[in-house]
Write a protein that binds this ligand. Structure first.
Ligand code: ADP
Ligand code: MG
Length: 289
């Protein structure tokens, strides 16, 4: 009996790992010795130790959830708000972006329109805000506008429109990037309108465009459809218009400045070189422009 009692803690310990696996508490299982060591060294009581173990598990689950959400979102690149330089784009209000980063607009089903010329950071902010939404637990899908309308048109032609509309209606946040780079065909404009109507007051949309809303009639090739789309998008919306220079060109210009070789005079035949001994001999003033 005494021997059995003495063995009990060992048996319990042996049971622990399979139980943690069964309960899917994999972070606790994988770091068990380290976590128990830490709890022992910090002289935590049982409740504190349990809290520490759960914190590790919750952190792992959050990390996995975010990773999964990011891969489902199909972002074209990794961009974060931390990586956005506000100094480079003074027309972007950091306070407004910080507010949007809370994802309250996603919770409320509002829209965000990011407008401005190419290279000013619209896609960067769209991806970064999408990422913030995922971190806060909102399902997100990113799709370039041209791909969206191509997919809708194909589904329409194949009699699967309903299914496709559902696919793009399901995520809590749909990011539609680069609307307006190519004008829509009449049919595509109607399909996009159907999607916007479906999502209206159900889920959020973030749309980036290089066209001002006044030009959307031209983008959709139909002023009536454009108005109907804008009517829904602009109701409960946050419109950010970015003005300024392309970040791409800005960095390219800076790079060019850095890498430009020091100005060296073009080598001309010796008798044509300004300031050459021949000029001195001719008594002319060297041209140093
Ligand atoms: P847009 O979508 O407006 O055409 P992008 O978001 O694609 O522009 O920006 C072009 C490139 O410049 C991207 O690599 C982006 O990360 C970067 N970029 C743009 N603006 C900024 C900024 N203010 N801070 C840091 N990177 C920026
Ligand atoms: Mg872009």
């Amino acid at each position: 009996m005494a021997a059995a009692k003495k063995n009990q803690p060992v048996e319990l310990l042996n049971d622990l790992e399979p139980m943690l696996t069964r309960l899917k508490l994999t972070a606790i299982r994988d770091q068990l010795d380290t976590l128990l060591d830490q709890a022992g060294r910090a002289e935590l009581n049982l409740r504190e130790a349990l809290t520490m173990l759960c914190t590790a598990e919750v952190a792992r689950k959050d990390e996995r959830r975010i990773q999964m959400g990011m891969s489902i979102a199909k972002f074209p690149c990794v961009r974060t708000l931390e990586g956005f330089e506000y100094d480079a784009q003074p027309s972007v209000d950091p306070k407004q972006i910080r507010e949007l980063a809370t994802s309250r607009w996603v919770a409320n089903g509002d829209s965000v329109l990011l407008l401005g010329p190419p290279g000013v950071g619209k896609t960067h902010l769209a991806v970064a805000l999408g990422r913030e939404a995922i971190v806060r637990g909102y399902s997100t899908l990113f799709v370039p506008a041209t791909s969206l309308v191509t997919q809708l048109a194909r589904a329409h032609a194949e009699g699967r429109l309903e299914e496709k509309l559902l696919h793009f209606t399901k995520p809590k946040l749909l990011v539609v990037d680069e609307l307006g780079y190519l004008p829509f065909e009449a049919n595509a404009a109607h399909l996009f309108f159907q999607l916007v109507s479906r999502r209206y007051e159900r889920g959020s949309m973030l749309v980036t465009s290089n066209r001002s809303v006044a030009e959307w009639g031209g983008v959709f090739g139909d002023a009536v459809v454009a108005t109907a789309i804008l009517d829904r998008l602009l109701h409960h919306s946050h419109v950010i218009t970015i003005r300024g220079d392309s970040y791409r060109l800005r960095t390219r210009a800076a790079l060019a400045r850095l890498t430009r070789p020091a100005r060296t005079p073009q080598l001309k035949p010796i008798d044509q070189q300004p300031g050459s001994l021949l000029d001195v001999a001719r008594g002319s003033v060297p041209d140093v422009a």
